[in-house]
Ligand binder design. Structure first.
Ligand SMILES: NC(=O)C1=CN([C@@H]2O[C@H](COP(=O)(O)OP(=O)(O)OC[C@H]3O[C@@H](n4cnc5c(N)ncnc54)[C@H](OP(=O)(O)O)[C@@H]3O)[C@@H](O)[C@H]2O)C=CC1
Ligand SMILES: N[C@@H](CC=O)C(=O)O
Ligand code: NA
Length: 365
């Protein structure tokens, strides 16, 4: 097959999502699509695997080979140089939650490298970074897709883009945007039965691969704030940052300054009563508490935090790590367009990433 029929892929990050992505990529590559998908670089923060002549890394054994590799990762700007010099078009798949990698996107895009990622940092950082990313993509023609940055593999971003690009007017977006928060409240404050201990459920959410690498990024509301920042920007609001609107944190004040996520998890059981009190207050009204977010486009207001719901409300009745996202628009009137399903987990998140890769490859090769 000629070089022109190949697409070179670099993968940064091989954790919960990255490993699932690699197995989906292996299945995709085995289907022998045209063009051929050539894994040319893979790295974690400590190790890398690549060949100077761009010969393909075996996808099926990439994780094991990476663990045994003696190569250090290239500096991020060198990753861009390496991909820009590849014999055909290249895609950078960022499966990290790194701000440094996110800040590389404008440079990569400006050099013709497309980006596919579940990482929220680039799209919910400063508004300038957002503008730099999309103007670099517009000038070079490189593509940038980030479906899994909101609602994991659920078609949230593609749906919102379709609404906006087809001329509908989005008036409000609301719902449950965190798989971790959904799982925590569904198991700690279920609509029926007792529920588990808050700190134990936080550990479970981490073990199930729902949390951010540091679970405090979920519990402080910032992960949901990032998702709302992304959706608000796509709906036309130039939100400056995820800290420019009210966000409720569930981190106990006493633990705000602990040094690491592990130390936080160790100390959290001593503060379980704080969440028990919130749960009991809702129960007194016959309700359950849930962590939600909303964007009101007309008033330009975005907010994130706890609210009480009747037990029969669709938000109260969610299961597992499910998200529920309602789009109110002029066309849909008072019956919103609703998207519901798993909002976290390696396989469903990787599905969004692999789906994005398929779209990019079909456009660039
Ligand atoms: N888990 C989920 O359900 C969802 C996750 N996401 C997003 O997906 C991304 C990945 O999440 P997840 O897989 O759970 O996280 P993990 O912590 O499991 O994996 C992160 C991976 O990124 C690597 N990494 C981190 N920083 C760097 C860096 N600077 N350079 C190279 N590699 C780096 C880590 O390597 P090392 O171990 O060496 O540090 C690790 O391999 C995040 O952005 C997250 O927000 C989005 C939707 C759902
Ligand atoms: N930690 C996030 C992962 C997906 O974005 C969540 O729990 O929703
Ligand atoms: Na999504």
């Amino acid at each position: 097959m000629s070089a022109a029929k190949q697409v070179y892929i670099a993968v940064i990050g091989a954790g919960g999502v990255g490993k699932c992505f690699l197995s989906q990529l292996q299945a995709l590559a085995a289907r022998k699509p045209s063009p051929k998908l050539n894994l040319a670089y893979i790295a974690t923060s400590r190790k890398a695997l690549f060949n100077d002549d761009y010969s393909a890394i075996d996808i099926g054994s990439a994780v094991d080979s990476l663990a045994g590799s003696s190569k250090s990762p290239l500096a991020l700007s060198q990753v861009v140089d390496y991909l820009a010099a590849a014999p055909a078009k290249a895609v950078l798949v960022d499966n990290t939650s790194s701000q440094d990698v996110a800040e590389l996107y404008p440079l990569a895009l400006s050099r013709g490298i497309s980006i596919v990622t579940p990482n929220k940092k680039a799209f919910s950082g400063s508004y300038k970074l957002w503008q730099d990313i999309f103007s670099a993509a517009a000038s070079s023609g490189a593509k940038v897709y980030h479906e899994s940055s909101v609602g994991a593999g659920l078609p949230v971003i593609s749906t919102l883009k379709d609404l906006v690009e087809t001329g509908d007017k989005v008036t409000k977006v609301e719902g449950v945007f965190s798989g971790t928060m959904s799982f925590l409240f569904n198991s700690f404050a279920p609509t029926e039965g007792q529920g588990g201990k808050w700190s134990a459920e936080v550990k479970n959410a981490k073990a199930l691969g729902y949390t951010e690498p540091d679970p405090r990024d979920d519990l402080n509301g910032l992960d949901v704030a990032r998702k709302l920042t992304i959706l608000a920007r796509l709906a036309g609001l130039p939100v400056e940052s995820p800290t420019s609107f009210p966000v409720q944190s569930l981190i106990p004040k006493e633990l705000e300054s602990v040094a690491s996520g592990d130390e936080f998890l160790e100390k959290l059981p001593a503060f379980d009563q704080q969440l028990e009190d919130i749960k009991a207050e809702a129960e007194k009204e016959g309700k359950v508490v849930r962590f939600v977010g909303s964007i009101d486009v007309a008033t330009k207001s975005v907010k994130v935090g706890l609210e009480k719901f009747d037990r029969s409300h669709p938000i109260a009745a969610l299961k597992g790590s499910d998200n529920i996202i309602s789009f109110y628009t002029e066309r849909y009137g008072s019956n919103p367009l609703i998207i519901q399903g798993a909002g976290a987990g390696g396989e469903v998140t990787a599905m969004g990433v692999t789906g994005d890769l398929i779209k990019v490859v079909s456009q660039i090769a």
